[in-house]
Design a binder for this molecule. Sequence first.
Ligand code: FEO
Ligand code: CA
Ligand code: CA
Ligand code: CA
Length: 616
Amino acid sequence: GTPANAAPGKLGFSPIPVSEADRILVPEGYQVQTLIPWGEPITGTYPSYDLSNSGQDQGMQIGQHHDGMHFFPIEGESPYLGSSQDGLLVLNHEYIEPRFLHTAAVGLTLNAGDVPMNADGTRDADQVLKEINAHGISIVRIRQQETGTWEVVRDSHNRRITGLTPMEFTGPVRGSEFLKTRYSPEGTGTRGTLNNCAHGVTPWNTYLFCEENWARYFRNGDPEASLPREQTRYGVSREMSRYGWERAQGQGDDYVRFDVSRLGNSPQEDYRNEVNGFGWVVEVDPFNPNDTPKKRTALGRFAHEGVVFQPAVPGQPVVCYSGDDARFEYIYKYVSADSYDPATASGELLNRGRLYVARFHEDGGGEWLPLVFGEGPLTPENGFSSQADVLVNTRTAADVLGATKMDRPEWGAIDPETGAVYFTLTNNTRRTEDQVDAANPRAENTWGHIIRWREGGDGPTATQFEWDVFVLAGPEMDSETLKGEPLEETNIFACPDGLWFDGHRRLWIQTDISESVMNQGEHAQFGNNQMLAADPDTGEIRRFLTGPIGQEITGVVSTPDQRTLFINVQHPGATTSAEAFAAGSVVSRWPDHSPNLYPRSATVVITKIDGGVIGT
Ligand code: FEO
Ligand code: CA
Ligand code: CA
Ligand code: CA
């Protein structure tokens, strides 16, 4: 039944229990459809999905490991801002699981994260091409049929952007020494984007994709003492890179570039600077299939989770926020130098502005510290030579400023009515008792929390703010809601990651308990990863959805009428070993449930059976 204290219409559904089932579960009155699983053909010659698809085929199909996502309505004869039956779905593909990407034989011999290698330590070139093409972004037109079902439209907007797509740099780092490579001697361009986690949507209706855990896609074999801080502060590998792409034979610079060792006498002769071309927020116009993606360097270089904008106000600067998702990293804010004009606004607003980093005070106040060359300690005496240097080394600059080290900042969301900014801090088991502070209040933070703040009296551009903790996630004995109550069976959750406000101010919370601990020990009580909805005023939280085995729930957006909700299921089956598949034990086969197919990431479409607004 519906608790008496529910705000009418805000959380109108009955919460569902935790689950370990290999399926999507939603409240009574709702239905789900899966759409665009990995491998679905969307462009080019539309090659049908098959485990034997080539690297080239993959470049015309939906990528693996769906993550951040937005629905761009295509305006028609609709009473809404845009159509709620027709639009471009744009989504990120964060990373890959090689064992499920290649032929069936590969999957049965490998575990999660393993890479198929040749006997001589090289990598098969077409497997590498398939892996690179399974990363990046998909842009796909979808339309709701008369039956209510959503379908892919074979349309000229459809596009794959991958780890090979040519991109341009803009902003203060463009043309600097940091970006000069054999591919781009002038330091103005690069190929591809990698590990795109969450996303952003600009006030001028373009899509931003954010580069998160890109550092380990590169390796550097130079002597340890000679590695620059642009690499060491971010964790570039000294041995084989994450997938060993630099080991693909005979493929030239496209793959060699993942080895950033010094080979020549100048940056233009080798790829020592290739890794400086990653760690950025990248913009693309989904409505222009020929648009060259732009890496917006003014927003800083770190493990960008996503970007979230304050509502744009004509005559005022544009303001957005981005979290750096690693243990003890920071939350940043960007304020454009130029004012927003709806008639002329463009990505230029992301090329000139001030980047700030957050310091949370113990008393509930906070301040934004500017990352501006020549201001405060960011001077030559402290090792900074230019604004490009500050931005390429954003983490180091934030260290020098004394920003607050957070428990892995993931997604942000902004209350459309109050402008309050919410951020998930997913967990940080390495925080010790002596490292606890008011904003990161638990040592060995296994369960994560959600923090929020209101900007000072000047509004979004203020340099002061006031913050509080919205919820401490975790088991009943170690959790606390806004009302000071523990979480209980209708809403216990851990490791918040995805976060989104719908148009009625419901705060949707998605969880990402790591596959290494999911369904084990104390984590078992949370079941499979899930999605909940919260009332930002009362702090009430209810469980809305549970996902299949081994996945995380991510990516969330609705149509303008809020009658269709899209979410992503990423890495189903990540907890299943090769032996379990071979033995036919409890495994994920979601969403196909075929003994001949591995689990696949996919988008899930949620509607109310009565056609109503989701969440009411
Ligand atoms: Fe890719 Fe921070 O999750
Ligand atoms: Ca995430
Ligand atoms: Ca994850
Ligand atoms: Ca995560």
